[in-house]
Structure formats: C-alpha cells, structure tokens
Design a protein around this ligand. Structure first.
Ligand SMILES: Nc1nc2c(c(=O)[nH]1)N[C@H]1C(S)=C(S)[C@@H](COP(=O)(O)O)O[C@H]1N2
Ligand SMILES: [Mo]
Length: 556
C-alpha cells in the first residue's frame, strides 16, 4: 500500500508536530483553568506578558506607557502565544526521537510560567500553581501521544547518530523512502515502509487531549473569576449623591464639529494601565484597608459601607502624564464617589500643615500597582474621592471597578489608583511608588495644556472663515484665556466656552479668516491664576509634556 510507504515520511512529523501543539494547548488550558481558582493574572500567558512589562528597562516601559492601548496588549499576548506555539511544535518533533527529553521540555516551559508568575509585583506562592499543573499536563500529553507514534522505541534504540531522519522536520529529503536501508531507526520499520504506529491509540489519545483541553480552556475563560465580578457589577445600584454636581452649563459645549464633547462617554474614555488582564473584582468580597501613620486604628471598608456614606458627584477632567502635546489621554466624566478627606479625618489623619505625621498616601490596587499622592493635596478642600460611579454607571472594569481614587489637578499616575484595595499613610521619604521607581516624578500636578481638535493636521479647508477649535485644561486652576496664532504671527484671542468648573477642561473656538496656502496654527492657554502655558518643549518624563500644540493645514 502506497499509503503505508508514504506514511512515515510525511505523516509522522506532522503527527509529531500535532502532538506538540496538543501538549501546548493542554498546558495552557489546564493553567487557564487552574488560574480561575488562584487568580486570572496567574495564568502563564498573562504572567509572561506582565513579566515582560515588569522586567523591561524604563525606556521600553516608557514606550509602553505611551502606547498602552489595548491593541498593544493584544500584540504582546499574540506574540507570546505564537512563541509558545512554535516552541510546542518543536518539542513535538523532538519527541519523535527523544520522548523523555521533549516531555521534560514542556515542563521547562511550565518553569518559565512559574518564574513569570512569581516575578509579578503582587505575586503569592500560589500563583505558581497554574503553570506547574499546566506544565505537568502538557508533559503528560506529549509523553503519551509520542508513545503512540512509536517514539518509545526510538529512545530505546539509542541516540540520534543516525543522521537524516524524516522526523527532523518538514524539509527531510524525499528520496529516503525509496531506500529501505536508509529508513531512520526511529521509525523502526516493522514491514515494508511501516512503523509501529498505534494509530487507534493515537487517535483516541489525541482526541481526548483536544476535547479535554478545549473543555478546560473554555471553562477557564468562562469562569475566569469574572462572572461573579460581572454579576456583582450588574447588581450595583448607585445611590443618589448627597451633593450633586452642578448642571453643566449649556454653553460648556460649543458643539463645533470635530471638537471633543464636553463629557467623554465611558466607551470612549482613554485607558492607561499596566494590567494585561483587566482585574475583575467582585464588589461583594472587595475590601479597602486604610492604615498607616496617623491612622488611629486600621479600618476596613466594604463596598456597601462606602455606598452608605454621603456621596459627592463632580465633573472632573482626568489626564495622563504620558499624554504628549496634542495627545488623547485626557477625558472628562461625571464621577460619583466618597469624599476622601472626611474619610481620612474620621480615621484620625491630619494633613502635614496641621501637624499630621504622614505626607504621602500610597494607594495599592488588586494588581499590585502603587500610586503615591500628597496628603496635603488630598485634604486641601478639593474634591478628592473614592469614585464608585462614572457617567451614571458603576465604574467600568477598565476604569477601576469597584472603586478607584481620583484627585482633581493631579496626573493619573499620582492620584487615580484603579481597583484600589489598600490606602497606607506614609511619607515620601519612606516610600517610592511604582512609577517613581521608574524615573517619574513623585509629585505631579497637571500642567496647563491646550489642544487643537479642528482642523485636523494636513486638512485642506477652503479659504474663508475656518473655525479653529479645541479644548484646554489646567485642572483645579481653571482656564481663563486661550489664544491662537497663524504662522508665528500675533496671538488672537479665542472665544471660550462657558466654564463648568476649575476641575474640567474648557472648549474654545477662533474664527480664522483663512487664506489659501500652507499654514501653521498654534494654540496656548492661560490658567485661572493668570499663568500662560509655556511654549518650551518638554517630553512626558518625568512630570508631563509642555509646549504648544501646532497643526499644519493646507488651505485651498
Ligand atoms: N491599578 C492601576 N491604577 C492606575 C493605573 C495602573 O496602571 N494600574 N494607571 C494610572 C494612570 S497612569 C492613569 S493616567 C489613570 C488612567 O485611568 P483610566 O484608565 O481610567 O483613564 O489610571 C491610573 N491608575
Ligand atoms: Mo497616566
């Protein structure tokens, strides 16, 4: 039968590769499933990605922070997955000749997962479990499957001195099959062109492994620790705030086409964090601990404890320190939350100006992020809060459900801890938070900025009156003036939208009498203290970019 003659040469390596892939799938599926009971972040795929971020030098992390959109994480995860796939495939081929060695190789891959899981900031010993069990499962599957392919005999026959073998890869030379004598020992011919392939055994084992992996993987993803969190979020009924936001003045939104809306919808709100897997926290089991210097006695709050307190509702514009000039890591939402200052006072905390012993609040999240904020700023009368609601909804998971911190006027990395679970009162001398250890400033008030939203760069509007418009922000100081200039000419005063408050951005528009040709538009703002936005260009590190946003257009 010609099939028998072709089988070893072409099908065997393919089956070897398939075995490797199945072993990889089994390992990942078992690990994913186990992670449900440990925690989602401990799944090897996530842990490896997290470790990549954690171990990267600051320059790379900086790039990562700049581009931490979800796409970036997808790329990282797909890359990790592809690498694992290739590795598994290779091990499958190796198993045809060195069954035990290849199986041990799968274990090694578990060890990498363990190392990654344990290298995370908030790692616990149990985080090793998914990778350990996954590695064992994968090794077992490979050992079993390669055994059905007759690889056992290969190991018994001796080392791979036999030169060219069909098992060495898809590129094996075709003439081998013609010469029986050259049939590699691994194939252990038991007849003309046959090898002792336990076909039935292989099919049964492979199918079982595939079905079991798919089942465990799907169960792992479905349970994922998230369904109880999702259910807890659906059950949240946000109470009516005791102190409601002032209505947004109708004139706060100029409704100029192309300008960002005053309130950013949740679905469009920027997202910046280091989490590869968005933490899915169950609000019913969530706890927030408050402790440290000057706290009379450590306090633990449940989610419902917070909801019972008097809540405030405020429109606040958030900005990321890694927002480049003209960038999009800025947005405004209507937040509902527990005012933080009274909570701290209740626990005994006083600001340094009143003799308090702590000058830094360190907030910790369930995923190990640490964010340090000046106590003085939080207690100076501004609306610092533990936010529970965003634009009328419980916080989206992406934005920190169930509770995040928010301090108007400070960049997110020094104020806006998402998925918060711990607040410690300490000092700036005693502790450097996550980004501070990575060359970012310990204190970072938001710098005055303005952005041209329309016209877009390289737009070609028609000559005549062209509205130049955008947003400007200087949280907690407010915006008092915005000016635009063309081709370095005199500054022209833009018309400001009605001010909603000092903690939000402000829209502006200037009617430009545009003449044909290429022109450069520049914008600058003045804050509520009369301070003009600096034109000096600075990058985002260490405490936020400066410079004027400019846009080049080609008027026709
Ligand atoms: N747990 C956690 N909280 C975090 C971060 C993070 O990486 N992890 N990033 C911070 C940064 S840098 C910013 S700018 C804001 C962004 O909040 P958003 O994603 O809701 O827009 O969250 C802050 N809180
Ligand atoms: Mo940020």
């Amino acid at each position: 039968m010609s099939e028998d003659r072709d089988t070893p040469r072409t099908v065997r390596p393919a089956l070897g590769a398939l075995s490797g892939l199945l072993a990889g799938c089994a390992a990942l599926a078992v690990a994913q499933f186990t992670a449900v009971f440990v925690r989602p972040e401990a799944a090897p795929l996530n842990a490896v990605g997290d470790a990549v971020i954690e171990l990267s030098p600051p320059a790379v992390t900086q790039f990562g922070l700049d581009t931490f959109g979800s796409n970036n994480k997808l790329v990282l995860e797909s890359g990790t997955l592809a690498l694992i796939g290739l590795f598994a495939l290779g091990l499958g081929l190796l198993a045809l000749r060195h069954r035990r060695l290849a199986s041990a190789g799968v274990l090694l891959f578990g060890v990498v997962g363990v190392a990654a899981a344990l290298s995370r900031t908030a790692a616990a010993a149990l985080d090793a479990l998914p990778s350990v069990l996954g590695g064992l499962a994968g090794a077992g599957v490979l050992y079993l499957l390669s055994g059905r392919l007759g690889a056992e005999t290969a190991d018994a026959t001796g080392p791979a001195g036999g030169g060219r073998t069909a098992a060495s890869g898809p590129g094996a030379t075709p003439e081998g099959a013609e010469e029986e004598a050259e049939q590699p020992a691994v194939m252990r011919p038991s007849g003309a062109g046959r090898w002792d392939f336990d076909r039935r055994g292989f099919v049964i084992a492979a199918t079982t492994a595939a079905v079991a992996s798919a089942g465990a993987g799907a169960a792992g993803l479905e349970l994922g620790g998230s369904s109880s969190a999702a259910a807890s979020r659906r059950r949240v009924r946000l109470p009516r705030p005791g102190d409601a936001a002032r209505p947004i003045p109708a004139g706060a939104d100029l409704k100029v086409p192309g300008v960002s809306r005053f309130t950013t919808p949740n679905s469009e709100f920027y997202r910046v964090d280091t989490a590869l897997v968005v933490p899915k926290v169950d609000a019913t089991t969530w706890r927030l601990r408050l402790h440290g210097r000057g706290v009379r006695e450590p306090v633990t709050y449940r989610f419902r404890d917070l909801l019972k307190r008097r809540l405030i509702e405020r429109d606040i514009t958030m900005t990321c320190v890694s927002n480049p000039v003209g960038g999009s890591y800025v947005g405004t939402a209507r937040w509902i939350g527990v005012p933080l200052a009274p909570l701290l006072r209740e626990a005994g905390v006083r600001p340094p100006s009143e003799g308090g012993r702590a000058d830094q609040i360190v907030a910790r999240s369930v995923d190990g992020m640490t964010i340090g904020t000046p106590v003085e700023t939080v207690m100076d009368g501004r609306d610092a809060m533990l936010a529970v609601g965003m634009n009328g909804q419980p916080l989206p998971f992406d934005n920190g459900f169930p509770v995040r911190m928010l301090v108007p006027g400070l960049y997110g990395y020094v104020s806006a801890c998402k998925w918060i679970e711990d607040i410690e009162l300490t000092t700036f001398d005693a502790y450097d938070a996550y980004w501070v250890r990575r060359n970012w400033a310990a204190k970072a008030p938001i710098k005055t900025q303005s952005r041209i939203d329309t016209p877009k760069p390289f737009a070609s509007p028609e000559a005549g009156t062209v509205p130049v418009a955008g947003v400007a922000w200087a949280q907690h100081r407010g915006i008092s003036r915005v000016e635009v200039r063309v081709d370095g000419g005199p500054w022209r005063e833009a018309r400001l939208a009605e001010q909603a408050g000092v903690d939000t951005w402000r829209q502006w528009v200037w009617e430009w009498p545009a003449t044909s040709g290429s022109h450069t538009l520049e914008v600058r703002a003045t804050d509520g203290d009369g301070e003009v936005q600096t034109g000096e260009r600075a990058g985002t590190v260490p405490d936020g970019a400066t410079g004027w946003h400019s846009v080049v257009v080609d008027v026709s």
